[in-house]
Design a protein around this ligand. Structure first.
Ligand code: NAD
Length: 504
């Protein structure tokens, strides 16, 4: 472990506030202890930002913005290209740190760093494509167009379960858009934040820059400061619905721009016309992968009555063979939950589902023999979509319900408050198109014959309803990080007014 930490410039005690290369700040605040969820043992400590350190960090991002906004976007792209390059170089150790600190398996940890690299590549291309439209003016000898300007220093608050990728979805786009940024990683994964900041510092130093990428590690109090901070015109928040709701209200209260990526309660409809082999594999990855701790984890299966028994039998067989254990060990497919609170929440959810008439087909128990935060992946057959099924329990519980008509399945699918990711497995074109139609899935992501998790960075990522409506990553998500300006230029020598108004 020491060798891994050393490769990433991490020590047993690390500073968690940083305003640029060689500008780490010792706030003197009591340290956060980052624990290994596999064993419960401490990995290392991080001294979080306090009020004064936070003020220094924001001031530095604010000052840097004044320079950075005037750097041509393709030149800003050069910096992000180098960020991608250093991430390529450190892909393995950083991926392993994600695995060590968060508990996802090594392949997923490394996949998360690959996602950072992918978004950097995307952002480099984007740095030459921050297009605005031109419009035909209704007035003679007038030209109208729109342009996109950088927004300012922005705030990025992230969840524990994607401790590095979510930062990069925001950071790579924000940087090419000309914004500087302050990042507050989750208090459960502060080492990932510090490790990434070291890499970003190297890139900034190579370009004689400072204050573009900054860090203010800490708990909710730092997040709260950011939400209230008038100097941060955009707060990108990724996390649970209750916290996101609070953050959104605070940011909206000062008429700032919240970008929300909140919880999901993602379902897969499995039709009687589905290829079950594909469906089983997708459900396994979606529901068991990351121990059910992805925002896009598959939590509900709505299966046609004709195939529900066969599907559940196959799933139960696959679940029972899932290798659970140390996520850094080869062959393991499921690691621990993030905290012992999460284990307790899972066991409570199982109890509530059983009280509602649910039947536990497999799992439903903790595995203290493997470590304090291990559980068994769980399948519960539900007679109805009761209240507990409509909640997001951040754990590997899969609720199975059945349907007879596609209309009924879609109604069940949509009758939850969250709206992130969704999928249908079917070989019927009509069913697939119905699911994707306006009367189909109400989620931000809707897939056919692909599971709910594992999105590519090229598409806009995010969800509707209580998921918060934000979009990050690909497509035109970059627009959230810029301000649009409409320009009209009169080169006529007259002053015609719009709508033909005469004012004389
Ligand atoms: P969380 O809400 O507990 O914490 C998220 C972040 O908010 C942390 O950095 C935390 O310190 C901070 N925070 C806490 N109180 C705050 C406050 N008052 N003001 C500002 N910030 C505050 O969430 P979590 O347990 O870390 O993450 C799991 C949740 O995140 C799940 O609901 C999951 O679905 C969601 N999530 C969503 C996406 C997405 O893209 N939609 C991605 C990952 C995770």
């Amino acid at each position: 472990m020491k060798t891994l930490l050393a490769k990433l410039q991490l020590d047993s005690i690390n500073l968690g506030a940083c305003s640029g290369p060689k500008k780490w700040i010792d706030s003197g605040a009591s340290p956060l202890t980052s624990c290994n969820p596999t064993t419960g043992a401490p990995i290392a400590q991080v001294i979080p930002a306090d009020g004064a350190a936070y003020a220094t960090v924001v001031a530095s991002a604010e000052a840097a913005f004044k320079q950075w906004r005037s750097v041509p976007a393709p030149k800003r792209g050069d910096v992000v290209r180098d960020l991608g390059a250093i991430l390529r170089e450190f892909k393995e150790p950083l991926g392993e740190l994600v695995s060590l600190e968060m508990g996802k398996i090594r392949a997923e940890g490394i996949g998360e760093v690959q996602e950072m690299i992918d978004i950097c590549d995307f952002a480099v291309g984007l740095s030459r494509q921050l297009y605005g439209l031109t419009m035909h003016s209704e007035r003679p000898a007038h030209r109208m167009y729109e342009q996109w300007h950088p927004l300012g220093p922005i705030g990025i608050i992230t969840a524990f379960n994607f401790p590095v990728a979510v930062w990069s979805w925001n950071a790579a786009l924000a940087a090419v858009c000309g914004d500087t940024m302050v990042w507050k990683p989750s208090e459960l994964t502060p080492l990932c934040g510090v490790a990434v900041q070291h890499l970003a510092n190297q890139v900034m130093a190579d370009h004689q820059l400072t204050g573009i990428f900054t860090l203010a590690a800490g708990a909710g109090d730092i997040g709260q400061r950011m939400a209230e901070d008038q100097r941060l015109p955009l707060i990108s928040f990724t996390g649970s619905i209750p916290t996101g709701r609070r953050v959104a209200q605070t940011v909206a209260g000062r008429l700032g721009r919240p970008l929300l990526e909140l919880g999901g309660n993602n379902a897969i409809i499995v039709s009687d016309k589905a290829e079950l082999d594909l469906a089983v594999r997708a459900i396994m990855f979606g529901a068991v992968g990351t121990a059910g701790q992805r925002c896009t984890s598959t939590r509900r299966i709505i299966a046609h009555a004709a195939i529900v028994d066969e599907l559940t039998t196959r799933l139960v067989n696959a679940y029972r063979q899932t290798p659970i254990g140390d996520p850094l060990q080869p062959g393991v497919l499921m690691g621990p939950l993030a905290t012992s609170r999460a284990v307790a929440a899972m066991l409570r959810a199982v109890e509530r589902a059983v009280a509602d008439g649910g039947v536990v087909l497999t799992g439903g128990v903790a595995r203290p023999d493997l470590g304090p935060q291990f559980v068994e992946p769980t399948i519960i057959r539900m007679p109805a979509q009761t209240e507990i099924v409509r909640e997001e329990t951040f754990a590997p519980i899969l609720y199975v319900m059945s349907y007879r008509s596609l209309d009924e399945a879609i109604a069940l699918h949509n009758s939850v408050t969250q709206g992130l990711s969704s999928a249908i497995f079917t070989d019927s074109l009509r069913e697939a198109e119905m699911f994707l139609s306006v009367a189909g899935s109400d989620c931000g992501i809707a897939n056919v014959n692909i599971g709910t998790s594992g999105a590519e960075i090229g598409g806009a990522f995010g969800g509707e309803k209580d998921t918060g409506g934000g979009r990050e990553s690909g497509s035109d998500a970059w627009k959230a990080y810029m301000r649009r300006q409409t320009n009209t230029i009169n080169w006529s020598g007259e002053l015609p007014l719009a709508q033909g108004i005469k004012f004389e």
